[in-house]
Design a binder for this molecule. Structure first.
Ligand code: PMP
Length: 306
């Protein structure tokens, strides 16, 4: 059962594919509480202002995938907004492990959060009493197999990605409105993922995924300087390509590059690696997932499930 939305509005593409598991325990500030009692104050600045940071992480077969990378990015995001997590990195990682264990989850989606904590109605983070840590683990809703076999349709949208000097996309903050506005444009156009450009008109990333094209056998992805999240799956795919002797190029891409690409795919913790076969109503090459994409997808599956 989906949590909200009319049947038409329910996308099959998204993390919340299932009702949160019954009897689930949620970690809040050192305690494991039943999901019914997993509550945060309305005065928490995470709620009032989106003042906080988070991570989306996966566990495969009882092992948290890229734990160190996710914890490092969480703490970097926190440092970038001058937010000090109340527990050190090792303790955070241990809390994730113990939450998974308490819920008996081996394949899971994990949401790790640090909020600014309870404060006053003013913006001033210094009036907050201390950061809160929340860890939610849930069973993973797998995306339909057909999507990985037949590929996804996406569009480029008019909502530009946040300018790094306003809110750097490398900060995985609790304020995802920029991405949500782009997502709405995509949903209104009948597609599940949307490509955002930056202020210069270069391709940045999707609402919850990084993007790659393949041209003449070379995978190309926008550089961090395009204003994107430093995706962990993006790095994993670069490593997998390198292991096959394929060097991924980081280069600015325009819509021209998207329209003339031989292949296109997206990467993200939830989506893993997913082919794109249509952009703005135009087929990518022959409209079928390409050989480099399928090879890297097979390599990714082997790495995570092998
Ligand atoms: N870009 C954005 C905006 C995202 O939210 C995500 C998902 N966290 C990604 C890219 C992919 O990053 P990762 O591979 O680390 O999940």
């Amino acid at each position: 059962m989906r949590r909200q939305g009319t049947p038409e509005a329910r996308p099959y593409w998204g993390i919340a594919g299932k009702e949160i598991t019954m009897g689930l325990k949620v970690y809040i500030n050192g305690e494991l509480v039943d999901k019914e009692n997993a509550k945060i104050s309305v005065f928490d600045h995470g709620f009032l202002y989106g003042d906080g940071v988070f991570e989306g992480i996966r566990a495969y077969n009882g092992k948290v995938f890229k734990m160190k990378e996710h914890i490092d990015r969480l703490f970097d995001s926190a440092a970038a907004i001058e937010l000090k997590a109340p527990i050190p990195r090792e303790q955070y990682a241990a809390a994730i492990e113990s939450t998974l264990k308490a819920n008996n989850l081996r394949d899971a989606y994990i949401r790790a959060i640090v909020t600014r904590g309870i404060g006053t109605l003013g913006l001033n983070p210094r009036n907050c009493t201390g950061a809160s840590v929340v860890i939610i683990t849930d069973s993973i809703a797998l995306y339909p197999k057909e999507l990985y076999e037949n590929g996804l349709s996406v569009i480029t949208v008019s909502t530009i990605r946040n300018h790094p000097n306003a809110l750097d996309p490398r900060i995985k903050s609790l304020n995802y409105l920029n991405n949500i506005l782009a997502k709405i444009e995509g949903l209104n156009a009948g597609v599940e993922e949307a490509i955002m450009l930056n202020i210069q008109g270069y391709v940045a990333e999707c609402t919850g995924d990084n993007i790659f094209i393949v041209k003449d056998g070379v995978p190309i992805t926008p550089p961090l300087s395009a204003g994107i999240l430093d995706g962990i799956t993006r790095h994993t795919v670069m490593d997998l390509a390198a292991a096959r002797g394929i060097m991924v190029r980081e280069d600015n891409l325009t819509r021209y590059d998207l329209f003339t690409a031989d292949e296109c795919f997206l990467t993200g913790t939830a989506a893993e690696l997913i082919p794109v076969v249509k952009i703005d109503g135009r087929l990518v090459a022959d409209g079928k997932p390409g050989p480099t994409t399928l090879q890297l997808l097979a390599d990714f599956r082997k790495l995570t499930r092998g």
